[in-house]
Design a protein around this ligand. Structure first.
Ligand SMILES: [Zn+2]
Length: 172
């Protein structure tokens, strides 16, 4: 089904796209080696929402995953970096990993809705929670009603128990 064919020494890059239902590479049990994770959030209008998205994961998992936010324009030490693309509807999270552990992750948030408008906070927050969910190690999507880890998220979606269980299993 899914070939992880592009080996660059020990490094493999995995792609997630929020509106993509197929082609997800099931690289099982990849995780971060230790917490907290350094997240680079440069000054931007969307930064408070992105911060809220990460914080929601930390709260939902009772600190199984935790974050320290760096606010410089560039943070070479950060494990997770975030960028925003004004004219894209798609968002994605990419990884570099080695020997079962994530080394770096980048989240790209598309700020445009499918009908060509700028996404509002009610849409951006679940979208950012979705991508943050991938960035902390949730591989693939769920069919659980109202879960932010569904392949397509809507306003009002939230972190559901199955996702919390996945994170608890990953970081026990
Ligand atoms: Zn996704």
């Amino acid at each position: 089904m899914c070939k992880l064919s592009k080996y660059i020494k020990n490094t493999i890059i995995v792609f997630f796209t929020i509106f993509t239902f197929t082609g997800i590479c099931h690289a099982q049990n990849l995780k971060w080696q230790k917490m907290p994770l350094l997240v680079c959030l440069p000054p931007n209008a969307n930064t408070p929402i992105m911060k809220e998205a990460f914080t929601n994961w930390q709260k939902a998992t009772k600190d199984k995953v935790s974050f320290v936010f760096l606010t410089a324009n560039s943070c070479p030490d950060a494990q997770i970096t975030v960028s925003y693309t004004a004219n894209k509807t798609k968002s994605k999270t990419t990884f570099i990993y080695s020997r079962g552990y994530f080394q770096k992750s980048h989240i790209e948030i598309g700020l445009l809705t499918k009908d060509g408008k700028q996404a509002e906070k009610s849409v951006l927050l679940p979208l950012m929670m979705h991508e943050a969910g991938h960035a902390i190690g949730i591989i693939g999507h769920t069919n659980t009603p109202s879960s932010v880890m569904q392949a397509t998220v809507k306003s009002g979606y939230y972190i559901t128990e199955d996702s919390i269980r996945q994170i608890n299993n990953l970081y026990r």
